[in-house]
Design a protein. Structure first.
Length: 220
């Protein structure tokens, strides 16, 4: 054991000191093994070549979507409200477009504000009740990293932004509603990203629990 340890030390020293080196192994009368860089009679010679160690590149498992460092402030004024369906919710958060969405029950007419800055790229404002589009009235904001925040089931006629408009965190977007495929007044907030398969829902986190009052210090 001691011998092995010594050898390891020698090898480490060799590796840092020289490209190649000859070591001599000898055994004394008690059977103890020694290594030395000095040749002694009867010693067995080893040429130690420093090897180029190919360090394995640590491959981190690739996430199927980019990590979302941004944490979304609650996109409404008032509350506190209740989360009624979270990511992977079996009621309707099962397809690729809505898998990581959150539903927050809130009275119709609750001010909905931008949870992240960006540019409004699409809106719908004219749908009454269930209408023809499951999303109901909505606002879609493209963030600067290419992801999109979508605010669904908004109140008819309440959307106060237009396509191309720049919005900041806390900018008013619309009032909450109960339009489209909605079983009660609520906001469906989802973050999506364009992929080969079209728009896909990606995970996101709010910066505080849904059931708390919005952080008014942030302007919401
Ligand atoms: Zn939903």
């Amino acid at each position: 054991m001691l011998t092995r340890l010594l050898l390891c030390c020698v090898l480490a020293a060799v590796a840092t000191a020289a490209q190649a080196m000859t070591l001599y192994k000898s055994t004394d009368a008690n059977g103890r093994v020694f290594f030395s860089d000095q040749q002694t009679p009867g010693a067995q010679a080893f040429v130690i070549q420093e090897r180029k160690v190919e360090r394995p590149i640590l491959q981190r498992p690739k996430a199927p979507y980019p990590q979302q460092a941004y944490r979304y402030p609650l996109p409404w004024r008032g509350g506190p409200f209740r989360l009624t369906q979270g990511p992977n919710g079996s009621f309707s958060h099962t397809d690729t477009k809505s898998r990581y969405a959150r539903d927050i029950a809130m009275p119709e007419g609750t001010p909905i504000i931008a949870a992240r800055s960006g540019t409004v790229v699409k809106t719908e404002n004219r749908q009454a009740g269930r209408g023809g589009d499951a999303s109901g009235n909505f606002v879609r904001v493209r963030h600067d990293d290419g992801t999109e925040g979508v605010y669904l089931h908004l109140k008819q006629g309440s959307v106060s932004v237009r396509v191309g408009q720049r919005v900041a965190v806390g900018s008013p977007l619309a009032l909450s509603g109960n339009t489209g495929n909605s079983s009660g007044p609520h906001l469906h907030f989802v973050v999506q990203q364009v992929s080969e398969a079209g728009l896909v829902s990606i995970p996101y986190e709010f910066n505080q629990p849904v059931g708390t009052l919005p952080n008014f210090a942030l302007g919401n």
